[in-house]
Design a protein around this ligand. Structure first.
Ligand SMILES: [Fe+2]
Ligand SMILES: [Fe+2]
Length: 465
């Protein structure tokens, strides 16, 4: 495409977006005057994405800049549109290859509905993700990884507070609403699609803090990642995520000292614990925003693959087809969590244990998919490199090429680095560079008290706007 054609394309895009935005204020969102321009934008972009991966439009002083050159062919009728972008505080609009009419439609709706002004770019990005807009960004790529981590942290923290409030309601004898849970599950699900590493890293890192509510959120994240890898429909994914988040809600009825009991349970105590799936099932049945599938997954999360678990299923009882996901996530998270009575297993050891019990308590196919998602060194794992430096795995490259990304925290003598530094282990792959870094093995984060969950997260998300 020639520059002139590209400029024409961009002018056309902005015009169509502006028309859709203007008409959205006047007509319902399904009206052709709103829909048609959105479809036009989508169609016009297709030839551009035949040989580009993204279209970057920088906004500066109310002007649109494409590849460093301002576009002046914008007519004054589009000033109000540019004005809207500027007012919200958008530094840029970046359209990515793979963009869908739904992305464009949601983006126009975002522009129409947002009344706030001068939002930080990270906040705008977060809203776009929450609205499920997968292929439109406002920040250049080099910043997005760090931003993604910051947004993932926030989504994680929100999910924890939702769990806290649901459990509080249950303890007070109220039936909690499922609306908030549904919202955070959708947020976690779109964040996983956008940047799986950022979301998955939190499930391990948060386990450095011994914090019971994290388990619920971790199981939701891990089972959503499984649902994603198994290409479940978005409705089914929400059911799995909801069930993951609320799988142990039935334990709320139990005495706290029983849940945290460090020693082996007596027969009577175990009988008490065994009631939690059924109690969770009953509770979910009364909550709003929860579909029966999620309630069944909660009831069935300890029935085991060989059906020798509890509550003991009748011989002709048919489990929900997605009930085999949560047990894998549940088991992995329990193994990698530090408890007062149990040291946390390394992710690698936990995966080996899962493989041992596959076919007995866990569905072997799901365990295989899970092991593939996590890779040799799951994100969030603390590792020692051949250079004797210590860091945390922050991104999963292609495992066979040793392509992980690692945030370095300690130098070869064990001194904390003044500034954590991200390195790409795959970067010099193939070259004859003798100093290429590679992972030697896992380190126990407890030996590095300076590396608390908080510092690790700051290291992985240094530039929060
Ligand atoms: Fe459970
Ligand atoms: Fe659990």
């Amino acid at each position: 495409m020639h520059r002139r054609d590209e400029e024409q394309l961009i002018t056309g895009l902005i015009k169509a977006l502006g028309t859709s935005l203007k008409n959205r204020g006047l007509y319902p969102s399904t009206h052709p005057l709103v829909r048609t321009p959105v479809e036009k934008v989508y169609r016009d972009l297709l030839p551009f994405f035949a040989d580009h991966s993204e279209l970057v439009l920088v906004i500066s002083d109310g002007t649109l800049i494409f590849e460093g050159v301002p576009i002046f062919s914008l007519t004054s009728s589009l000033e109000s549109f540019m004005d809207r972008l500027t007012r919200i505080g958008m530094p840029a609009v970046i359209l990515e290859k793979g963009i869908t009419p739904a992305d464009i439609d949601s983006f126009v709706r975002f522009l129409h509905e947002t009344k706030e002004q001068d939002l930080p770019a990270a906040r705008i990005q977060e809203i776009l993700i929450q609205r499920g807009i997968a292929h439109i960004r406002v920040k250049p790529i080099e910043d997005t990884e760090e931003n993604d981590q910051a947004i993932a942290n926030e989504i994680y923290e929100n999910a924890v507070s939702v769990v806290v409030s649901v459990l509080r309601d249950v303890r007070l004898g109220r039936i909690p609403s499922g609306a908030e849970s549904e919202r955070v599950v959708k947020d976690m699900s779109s964040m996983l699609t956008r940047n799986r590493d950022a979301m998955l890293a939190l499930t391990l890192i948060k386990n450095f803090d011994e914090y019971t509510y994290n388990h619920s959120v971790n199981v939701a994240v891990l089972s959503l990642a499984l649902a994603d890898a198994l290409s479940l429909s978005s409705g089914d994914k929400v059911d799995v995520g909801m069930a993951g988040l609320l799988h142990d809600v039935g334990k709320t009825q139990l005495a706290l000292d029983l849940i945290r009991k460090p020693s082996t349970l007596t027969v009577e105590e175990f009988e008490e614990i065994k009631k939690h799936p059924e109690e969770g099932f009953v509770l979910l049945g009364k909550m709003s925003h929860i579909r029966p599938a999620a309630a069944y997954m909660v009831r069935e999360h300890h029935m085991r693959f060989d059906r020798l678990g509890y509550p003991h299923p009748e011989p002709d009882y048919r489990l929900h087809p997605n009930s085999n996901l949560i047990p894998v996530a549940d088991c992995y998270d329990a193994l990698t969590t530090m408890r007062s009575y149990q040291r946390a297993r390394y992710p690698r050891q936990a995966l080996e244990i899962l493989e041992k019990i596959a076919g007995k308590s866990l569905d072997p196919e799901v365990v295989t998919v899970f092991a593939n998602i996590m890779g040799t060194y799951p994100v969030g794992t603390m590792v020692r490199l051949n250079t004797m430096e210590i860091g945390v795995v922050s991104g999963q490259g292609i495992a066979s090429q040793g392509g992980q990304k690692v945030v370095l925290l300690f130098d070869r003598d064990g001194n904390p680095l003044p500034r954590p530094e991200q390195v790409d282990l795959g970067e010099s792959a193939g070259s004859a560079n003798a100093s290429r870094r590679s992972i030697l093995g896992t380190v126990n984060p407890q030996f590095f008290p300076a590396a608390t969950a908080g510092t690790l997260l700051t290291a992985m998300a240094p530039a929060t706007a």
